[in-house]
Design a protein around this ligand. Sequence first.
Ligand SMILES: [Fe+2]
Ligand SMILES: [Fe+2]
Length: 375
Amino acid sequence: MATKSKANTAAPNTFEQLLDYGKNNGYKLDWLQQRETFGDELDAPSNGGGLLLQDVDSGPFAEVPEWTNNVTGRPRGALTRPSAARIGKYGIRTKADVWLKNGAQLYEEAVQRQWSSATDIPWNELEELPDEIEQAECQLATFLTEVEFVAGDVPGRWISETSPDYYEPRMFLISQIMDEARHADVFRKRALANGGGLLQQNSSAALAGASIDSARDFTEMSARLHISGEGLVLSIFRMGERMAYNNAEKAIYRLAASDESRHVAFGVMHLQYVSQTDPERTEEIHSYLDEIELGLVAGTGGQNPAVRGTPSNAAIMTLLGGGTDEASLREGEQIAGAVRQRQVKEYIQRIKVAGFGDRFTNGRAAAGLTEYISA
Ligand SMILES: [Fe+2]
Ligand SMILES: [Fe+2]
């Protein structure tokens, strides 16, 4: 056992002396070995947004391996420690399986744009509404609370699957879970804040979530969740201006849409990275899109606002048309049909950006889908 003595207090001159000094005094000082990066100066931050991850990551810290055996939780670029335990049984250890260009930027944006459902929504502007309009808001809010609950579940389980060498997409997913929690909470608040309450569950949301969650591969999950599911939800949020009856509702839809567009962008950018770096997967990805488009064309899910017969869609039509009388519902249905068109057009545009647009010109896309391109 090391004991202190006067002789050991002499200041060490070399690293070896320092190690001896530590050993003799019971300290482990080998971490004081200076790294090759010691003394490096940062380039000036790239913009006025403060110190961003992409500003500090350089040299060995920015080297993202194509494949990693880092299963010990070691931060990317840190020195290894041979005694480290294998704490992570990560399924994602190949870069292209989870990577995207500008993942750090997207994460930083997510952090900067966090908002609070408690203080950023002007709840005092909620007004007393006609009963059927209040009920429609409550029914839609119930549906969206359910949808957002699932939207947090699905990406959540991929976080612990991802090696810390790919920390940018991993941390983006963590930010997404926070966003989805806030969405679930803000729609719950809307249902309850104006004397209405949560109305009927819409089980199709849970079923859609279960189907997305059955994906065994991250890219497959991401295409189904970020591009398809969240893309459709984003289109619904974007018509919030027309479904809102006061500034509180407008703010809810606007802020939720801003988060949702980031989640969709993550999916598009990831799929684009796969298409550019892993062409062997092209056919496999097309087969996921085949499946997604069959769902889009069938359009029976709760995310297609133009289908009658689900409580949430009837609520959307009521809000868009301004009432539950026949003329209002018909008008609401027409507007919902236009929104549906936009949903599909936006889906097609995203798939083009992701690098799989050839399917819309070579006859591969689902029959009935391409008619939206020319419409
Ligand atoms: Fe969401
Ligand atoms: Fe989302």
